[in-house]
Design a protein around this ligand. Structure first.
Ligand code: UFG
Length: 322
């Protein structure tokens, strides 16, 4: 199968591209390199271009006959999306529509879409299954949820089949240390904790210690990036064998607080860390934990790296390269 990976030079997209190539897929990456890195694309062709550029897409889709698109290209920072919603709606929504329209025009009928636990907002129950109400707390989550909704219309009207994968907190990296998060400044908890441990940052800030959780800090479900990627492969196979448009939540079903992540990182690295207690960050839910039984049943998905210490150990291997 010939696959287009948008955002394939980014953190998740680069791991996915690598896994697809290793599994024998023929992959082209489309990335505008706004947050991605050329050197993160291993063994696949990189086309430098934008998903919002219709003529670029027309050229690409005329040149290659893609069977499916895996769409990772998006802005992903919750706090930034609250401050600058236009940036999120333009790229994550409007540009995605341009991509979908080009797929329809060129008769590409299979899409795997990167969605997020941020579509749910504050949970009404835990763990969160697919039918849980969607009330995003930020423009990032809303931009993704709007795409999820329009995808069912695109299926009905144009026969575009899609699987939305709602990631909880993607973490860890290639155990061999070839790929990992490169974005600077880092914005996600585990890379920031490890930078504070390695000395690249002075300290880790804890955003809020007054949430209604067991230790007052936010709880998240950290899922290894290779487990996310394996779910994409299964979703791709599902669509290729006639699967219907649907959505799956992807997480381990275990929640860890910010303090627990810091404590585990101290144990894994056997090093100290300086911590600064700060106020809450805008747009954060207190607790996000996935119920992924639907993906396990329908796709046969089984996470292999569910242990937080192992996730952090792989990320530490990467951090030590800097
Ligand atoms: N946090 C800190 N200090 C930091 C960075 C983060 O205390 O320096 C806290 C956050 O407040 C949050 C937790 O650590 O409580 C995790 O924050 P991340 O920024 O690592 O991740 P988020 O949970 O905000 O967001 C991530 C993805 C989104 C996804 C969301 C769903 O970026 O794409 O998980 O859970 F939608």
């Amino acid at each position: 199968m010939k696959i287009l990976v948008t955002g394939g030079a980014g953190y998740i997209g680069s791991h996915m591209t690598d896994m697809l190539v290793q599994k024998g897929y023929d992959v082209v990456v489309l990335d505008n390199l706004s947050t991605g890195f050329r050197e993160a694309v291993l063994n696949a062709e990189l086309v430098e271009g934008d998903i919002g550029d219709q003529s670029c897409l027309d050229g690409l889709f005329s040149k290659y006959k893609f069977d499916a698109v895996l769409h990772f290209a998006a802005f992903i920072e919750v706090e930034e999306s609250v401050a600058n919603p236009a940036k999120y709606y333009h790229n994550n929504l409007v540009n995605t529509i341009t991509l979908l329209d080009a797929m329809v025009a060129h008769n590409i009928k299979q899409l795997i879409f990167s969605s997020t636990a941020a579509v749910f907002g504050e949970p009404e129950y835990t763990p969160i299954d697919e039918v849980h109400p969607k009330q995003p707390l930020n423009s990032y989550g809303r931009s993704k949820y709007l795409v999820e909704q329009l995808l069912s219309d695109y299926d009905k009207a144009y026969g575009l089949k899609s699987i939305c994968l709602r990631y909880f907190n993607a973490a860890g990296c290639d155990p061999e240390g070839r790929l990992g998060p490169r974005h600077e400044p880092a914005t996600h908890l585990i890379p920031l904790v490890l930078q504070a441990i390695s000395g690249r940052k002075e300290a880790i800030k804890i955003f809020g210690n007054d949430y209604a959780t067991r230790d007052g800090t936010c709880i998240r479900d950290y899922i290894h990036i290779l487990d996310l990627c394996s779910a994409h492969l299964l979703a791709l196979e599902k669509l290729a064998s006639g699967g219907e448009t649907t959505v799956y939540n992807l997480g381990n079903g275990n929640g860890f607080s910010v303090l627990e992540v810091i404590e585990t990182a101290k144990q894994v690295t056997a090093k100290p860390i300086k911590v600064i207690e700060c106020g809450r960050r805008a747009g954060d839910s207190a607790e996000l934990i996935a119920d992924s039984s639907k993906a396990k049943q329908a796709l046969g998905w089984q996470p292999k790296f569910a242990d937080l210490a192992q996730i952090i150990a792989h990320a530490w291997h990467w951090e030590q390269k800097f």
